[in-house]
Design a protein around this ligand. Structure first.
Ligand SMILES: *[C@@H]1O[C@H](CO)[C@@H](O)[C@H](O)[C@H]1NC(C)=O
Ligand SMILES: *[C@@H]1O[C@H](CO)[C@@H](O)[C@H](O)[C@H]1NC(C)=O
Ligand SMILES: *[C@@H]1O[C@H](CO)[C@@H](O)[C@H](O)[C@H]1NC(C)=O
Ligand SMILES: *[C@@H]1O[C@H](CO)[C@@H](O)[C@H](O)[C@H]1NC(C)=O
Ligand SMILES: *[C@@H]1O[C@H](CO)[C@@H](O)[C@H](O)[C@H]1NC(C)=O
Ligand SMILES: *[C@@H]1O[C@H](CO)[C@@H](O)[C@H](O)[C@H]1NC(C)=O
Ligand SMILES: *[C@@H]1O[C@H](CO)[C@@H](O)[C@H](O)[C@H]1NC(C)=O
Ligand SMILES: *[C@@H]1O[C@H](CO)[C@@H](O)[C@H](O)[C@H]1NC(C)=O
Ligand SMILES: *[C@@H]1O[C@H](CO)[C@@H](O)[C@H](O)[C@H]1NC(C)=O
Length: 796
């Protein structure tokens, strides 16, 4: 070991403050650099040399590129031959694209180069040496550069970003001026509790078959079978909330979180194909099937193929090698952490531009050029050569049926189910409606201004709908009051980043509120005769149902006119998700319950009790105490039969098993985790709609009156809606003629027309008071950058 103890200590000490206390960073970095400078000669003394690093990098690059290429070709082949299996569908949907793919690729280059270096050193020295202990600082830096990892942490220059105080960037880079990547897309999820990997660094929980708290973890599929199963007949309807509440949850999740999978379907280390083996080998994380499974074939050779989430650059083993300081594998969030309607606009510049209609100066989003929905726009089609959405012939058993491509939108999961597709279509239309209306009142505005102003209004909508309308129904009034009450103002030291536990566990609660059928209703909110309700398992990747089966109106009516499923402890997850997920034909369908739990283990999430402690809740230690927490003796018994101890319960499962808080639809644990996340998203957003200076007081007043029902009225052929789209129509919430629902009054967006035409593009948004941006010192940025690279920790 060449790194001395004080250096490790300095590194350790620096690890925490780098994210939270900007003031602390300089201090820590100083120490770090001093030691580094001091160590540098020692490191280079016994250096491995640049040529070896270069050699290993070339080999690693070929390995990774070949695996990606093979995987891509294999996927294309399956799609063409219509051999897409359910796990292929999931994998293709969770493929990293564009800049996310670059991020994932860089991380793979880095990890594989270091793995190869490690092997070489081991071979030459005949003893185990840490390769990076022998790398010079220059070599490490150049490795970071050639893999692309350096680019992932390089801090952008916010000074050159136009309209920094008026509009969001697509990636949300520079939302936080002190720490420009905070909350930006393609950075790592944050952690509120340290990860618990099997080897302390990267291996999924349960991979090495070791015990936790004295017990082995049960097979996730066994847990799913014993705890989650319910039949469609057993579904209990929610008596208060509509199915829109459920789908709005999915919709909103797709604004905030997307965890890409590895693009490779075979192991880098040994070439094992994840589809053909049940071995645990990166990136394969097969789901074993328990004996006597009611649906799936059992035996050692039988498993559901699954893939690990891609690591972020310089985390996991590569971080371990980087500084000799054990660091955890972190996962990537491809989306921005802000409520900015990224699922409409895209979270990367290139996609955002691609979604726009740049053929004219009206600031519109691109619409479908082949089909319309009763005279209204549909989303544009994807030009991808793989058509995942060619499911019509298989589902209808009609080989002459015309297939259509997938729709595209700001989030790639737009086609996951047709109810979600309808919500996408709704807000896409609202953008174009707003852009046209703004153009009428401000004909002088150019395309960019129209686009950004309409986008900004939609961002405010989503923040309002989530806080005012949605969250109270989920976390209940008490938590709402305690954590999400009055807007406390912007605080640049609050980290808005989405946490791993929120994305991987808490915000997946709504999977238990999904109905087995998507209702399609006529003008009178009765079953649509021509195109009746669709079983959920026949609604995955089916844009053709929107195109050829009556458009979005019947589906939107189904969402606001029918109840959500109620998650009860006896009837948790419907078969469409547990037994028929992405089932198109014969192949093994996926189980969403198993997937959620394996994902939690893949990400090294701590167990149920650790999170209860984090939230200041009791930690049950035996069956009696668990029974009390769950208010259910039988469920507590069945859980402990599987887990042995409450501490080991997978946090997603423990969370959804809890009885609801008063007025909400999650238990105390998830109410806390969800509220904590949204508290940070709001307070850490410089462009939050209520932050003074973002909108004028007149604009805020106009915005605060908008409802989802109005958006439905303005963008569909639906003429009667419940006033409150989240509450089931009742005596106090009757179906109302759209003419009685208030429209957004845009007069506060009218800009005084300049008297002469030579003036005033500069003063375009005269109603916005621009706060002086505060910038960080570029020298300081560089220092932080070096620090971040050597810690192998993305500033996220
Ligand atoms: C490599 O580094 C790790 C972490 O610092 C340390 O535990 C291990 O002993 C090192 N191995 C060698 C051979 O120095
Ligand atoms: C894990 O180890 C235990 C005891 O060593 C053994 O009984 C069990 O079968 C193992 N499980 C798996 C999945 O290998
Ligand atoms: C629940 O609601 C669905 C959709 O409206 C309906 O088809 C079903 O019959 C209801 N189930 C019960 C038990 O009322
Ligand atoms: C599909 O159609 C073929 C031929 O018309 C028929 O033999 C087959 O049974 C049908 N399959 C289903 C699932 O309806
Ligand atoms: C606990 O369960 C009982 C019946 O099982 C029910 O009557 C009671 O309302 C529940 N209490 C709470 C707080 O949910
Ligand atoms: C809704 O109101 C408009 C205007 O007041 C009226 O023309 C229309 O007939 C009403 N529609 C229904 C379904 O009541
Ligand atoms: C819109 O708001 C303006 C003031 O901002 C007001 O004068 C006008 O009457 C409002 N229009 C409607 C239709 O409410
Ligand atoms: C604006 O000014 C230019 C020259 O300065 C003139 O050619 C043009 O006609 C003017 N446009 C309008 C709308 O007044
Ligand atoms: C633009 O704004 C500046 C500063 O607020 C002001 O001095 C100037 O007169 C404005 N120009 C026009 C044409 O309104």
């Amino acid at each position: 070991m060449i790194l001395s103890f004080p250096v490790l200590l300095a590194l350790g000490l620096c690890l925490v403050p780098v994210q939270s206390k900007p003031a602390g960073i300089l201090f820590c970095t100083d120490i770090f650099l001093k030691h580094f400078y001091f160590l540098n000669p020692i490191l280079s003394y016994d250096s491995l040399g640049s040529s070896l690093v270069q050699e290993c990098f070339e080999e690693a690059k070929k390995l990774v590129d070949d695996a990606y290429k093979y995987s891509r070709e294999e996927s294309l082949r399956r799609v063409r031959r219509q051999m897409v299996r359910p796990h292929d569908a999931l994998r293709l949907m969770k493929q990293p694209r564009a800049d996310t793919r670059t991020a994932v690729r860089s991380a793979d280059y880095m990890a594989q180069t270091l793995r190869l270096l490690h092997d070489r050193v081991h071979r030459v020295h005949k003893r185990s040496l840490n390769a990076t202990d022998l790398l010079s600082a220059e070599d490490l830096m150049s490795l970071a550069e050639i893999t692309g990892c350096l680019g992932r942490v390089r801090l952008p220059n916010c000074r050159t970003t136009p309209n920094l105080n008026r509009y969001r960037t697509a990636t949300s880079v520079c939302n936080n001026l002190n720490n420009p990547r905070l909350g930006a897309s393609n950075t790592a999820f944050t952690r509120w509790l340290p990860a618990q990997y099997d080897d302390g660094i990267s291996q999924p929980k349960g991979f090495l078959n070791r015990t936790f708290n004295g017990f082995f973890l049960p097979l996730v599929r066994q847990v799913s079978n014993n705890i989650l199963a319910t039949t469609d007949a057993g579904v209990v309807n929610d008596t208060e909330f509509t199915h829109l509440v459920t789908l709005f949850g999915q919709w909103n999740d797709h604004d905030l979180t997307f965890t890409p999978f590895s693009p490779s379907i075979k192991s880098f280390a040994n070439g094992i194909n994840c589809d053909e083996s049940c071995e645990n080998t990166e990136p394969c994380i097969p789901i074993a099937i328990p004996p006597n499974d009611p649906r799936l074939p059992t035996g050692p050779e039988s498993c559901i193929p699954a893939f690990r989430s891609a690591p972020a650059c310089g985390t996991g083993y590569s971080a371990y090698n980087f500084g000799g300081d054990p660091n955890n594998r972190e996962q990537i969030n491809a989306l921005t952490s802000f409520l900015d309607l990224g699922q409409v606009y895209g979270s990367e510049e290139k996609l955002a531009l691609d979604l726009r209609d740049l053929t004219n100066d009206r600031g519109l989003l691109r619409a479908n050029t082949e089909f319309r929905d009763n005279g209204r726009d549909l989303l544009p089609f994807s030009s991808m050569e793989t058509n995942m959405c060619a499911t019509r012939q298989r589902v209808t058993n009609d080989t002459n049926a015309r297939e259509v491509p997938c729709f595209i939108a700001g989030d790639v999961r737009v086609d996951e189910n047709i109810a979600l597709t309808s919500i996408h279509t709704l807000f896409f239309r609202e953008h174009n409606r707003l852009a046209r209306a703004l153009k009428r009142i401000n004909p002088q505005w150019d395309s960019e201004t129209l686009y950004q102003e309409a986008r900004k209004i939609q961002g405010a909508y989503t923040q309002m709908f989530v806080f005012r309308d949605y969250l109270p129904h989920i976390v209940g009034d008490d938590v709402m009051r305690k954590q999400l009450g009055r807007y406390p103002g912007y605080n640049p030291s609050v980290d808005p980043s989405v946490s791993n536990v929120f994305a991987t566990a808490a915000y997946r609660f709504a999977h238990l509120a999904i109905q087995p059928k998507l209702a399609r209703l006529d003008e009178n909110y009765r079953e649509n005769r021509q195109f009746p309700s669709v079983p959920l398992f026949k609604a995955f990747f089916a844009p053709w149902r929107v195109v050829f089966e009556g458009g979005i109106d019947p589906l939107i009516r189904g969402l606001v006119g029918r109840p959500a499923k109620l998650n009860t402890q006896d009837h948790m997850m419907v078969d469409a998700l547990r037994e028929r997920l992405f089932e198109f034909v014969q192949h093994l369908a996926l189980d969403l319950g198993s997937l959620n739990m394996i994902r939690g283990r893949d990400h090294g999430l701590p167990g149920y009790n650790d999170w209860r402690r984090f939230c200041g809740l009791s930690q049950p230690s035996n069956q009696a105490e668990l029974a009390q927490v769950l208010n259910n003796t039988d469920l507590a018994r069945r859980l402990l039969e599987l887990y042995g101890t409450p501490a080991n319960i997978d946090v997603w499962l423990g969370g959804v098993a809890e009885p609801f808080v008063r007025g909400g639809r999650v238990g105390p644990l998830f109410a806390c985790l969800i509220a904590t996340q949204f508290q940070r998203i709001r307070q850490g957003d410089r462009l939050w709609w209520e932050n003074p200076g973002v909108f004028t007081p007149q604009q805020r007043a106009a915005l605060s009156k908008v409802t989802i029902s109005r958006i439905i009225c303005d963008n569909t052929g639906i003429r009667a809606v419940p006033r409150d789209a989240f509450n089931i129509a009742s005596r106090g919430n009757r179906l109302t003629n759209c003419s009685n629902i208030r429209s957004l009054n845009l007069s506060a967006w009218r800009e005084p027309r300049p008297c002469s035409n030579n003036s005033d593009t500069e003063n375009r948004s005269r109603w916005i008071q621009e706060p002086k941006p505060r910038f960080v010192d570029p020298v300081w940025c560089q220092v932080t950058l070096i620090y971040a690279v050597f810690l192998g920790k993305i500033i996220s």
